[in-house]
Design a protein around this ligand. Structure first.
Ligand SMILES: [Mg+2]
Length: 435
């Protein structure tokens, strides 16, 4: 039974650029977050990809491989606008069940559309309508399979302009030619964990018993993967994302510890604002730094901390500061940084501030956390939470009205005097949209 139809745009950012600027069509195009030879491509057109240029290729390297490559500055607003149009077009043909990223969406096939010939006809119609109504450069690869995991995998099997069907009876042999990392959710770290369990190939992954996958994944996610690989249907993700966050490739002039920290500070403020917008609370926070691979061999590092249940910018900035000074500040040549807030819970399940300075107690100025603990230290010198709530709401309103960085906390930017904020945040797209 075919139930999932997965649409993935080919070279999305580069295709949008080619669509909007005919001079770029048919040419190798690299999209960059910052105009500099030390920057790297966050997307490449198909013409560039055949020359070996892809996401992550440095601009200097791309120019060496292809001297007349067109290097284009990313314009996130354009990509978002085209995204909304594309979703509307697909949704007019088959209801879109979930949008997975800026260039990926899934439709659920029901009734007679679950039969192969009908599903393929539907996919062809979606492809044609996208070319007609969004643009002739907007090519897609479509995957059709019994569930989302397999349909996404199928969409990656033929590029560009692919249409691949995986039927239940073709499993698992049809996938044996692919490496396990072709599966969404099996990243470099998971590949290592699987290797430790003796799993290196797709055949070995399919041969592994459910319990072994549970061990490899360290929990129920492994058992779920076992079922998904066998085509079992599963629902879309929970409505509330379990985590949210941002990461940024640092522009060349901020590739030093102070610059990295300044960017992390902004990313934290942005993430905290999103918590409040979605009305969810974070229970833990992690910060990662990736470094240029040098002789020292540093590739980066990450730190995490529990934050109770919070959506408070000031508290998250203090946590950031502590995580940063626990060793991240010593990493040489940072090139990319990110902040993630995890374990999100909805406001309805929020149990008040675990550290004891929620509204009921904040005004009493009685911080009940043990002396020396993270919360006690960070609570020092902060306004009572009720006042901070009002302040945060005001900041969110101002930023919503006048642009993202109209007002922001400078509290954690001490020591950054030599690293002025020259970065124009709203012009640099989040890499998360590339996932
Ligand atoms: Mg894509």
């Amino acid at each position: 039974m075919l139930r999932s139809l997965f649409v993935d745009f080919n070279s999305y950012f580069a295709s949008v650029e080619q669509q909007l600027n005919p001079a770029l069509r048919g040419r190798p195009v690299g999209v960059v977050p910052v105009m500099a030879d030390t920057s790297c491509c966050i997307a490449a057109s198909y013409e560039a990809k055949v020359l070996g240029i892809g996401t992550g290729t440095g601009v200097a390297e791309a120019k060496r491989l292809c001297p007349d490559i067109a290097i284009v500055l990313a314009d996130h607003a354009k990509y978002v606008e085209v995204h909304h149009r594309a979703v509307a077009v697909v949704d007019s043909i088959a209801p879109v069940r979930q949008v997975l990223s800026i260039d990926e969406m899934e439709c659920e096939l029901t009734g007679r559309w679950q039969h192969r010939a009908r599903a393929v006809a539907l996919a062809e119609r979606i492809k044609t309508e996208l070319l007609t109504h969004v643009g002739e450069c907007m090519r897609t690869s479509v995957g059709i399979a019994p569930n989302t995991l397999l349909a996404k995998l199928a969409s990656n099997m033929q590029k560009p302009n692919g249409l691949t069907v995986i039927e239940l009876h073709e499993l698992p042999a049809r996938l044996y030619e692919l490496p396990p990392k072709a599966i969404s959710g099996i990243g470099p770290r998971m590949v290592q964990r699987l290797a430790r369990c003796g799993i290196h190939t797709m055949a070995e992954l399919y041969a592994a018993p459910r319990e072994l996958l549970r061990t490899a994944w360290g929990g129920v996610a492994g058992a779920e993967m076992y079922d998904k690989l066998r085509g079992q249907w599963y629902g879309p993700r929970e409505k509330v994302a379990k985590s949210l966050g941002h990461s940024h490739v640092l522009p060349p002039d901020l590739r030093h510890p102070a610059g990295a920290f300044a960017v992390l500070n902004r990313l934290t403020q942005k993430a905290a604002m999103r918590l409040r917008k979605q009305n969810v609370y974070a229970t833990s926070m992690s910060v990662h730094v990736r470094c240029r691979r040098g002789r020292a061999g540093h590739t980066g590092d990450e730190r995490a901390a529990q934050v109770g249940e919070t959506q408070d910018t000031a508290f998250l900035l203090h946590t950031l500061e502590q995580l940063w000074h626990s060793g991240l500040h010593l990493l040489p040549q940072p090139v990319m940084v990110g902040v993630q807030l995890h374990g999100l819970i909805e406001a309805g399940q929020h149990t008040g501030d675990l550290f004891g300075f929620d509204e009921a107690t904040a005004d009493a100025q009685a911080v009940t956390a043990p002396a020396g603990s993270l919360s006690a230290r960070t609570a020092q010198g902060m306004a009572p939470l009720r006042d901070r709530r009002k302040l945060l709401a005001t900041i969110d309103t101002l930023n919503g009205k006048h642009g993202k960085n109209t007002v922001y906390f400078a509290s954690a930017q001490a020591g950054l005097d030599h690293a002025p904020m020259r970065i124009a945040f709203n012009r640099i797209p989040d890499l998360e949209s590339e996932r």
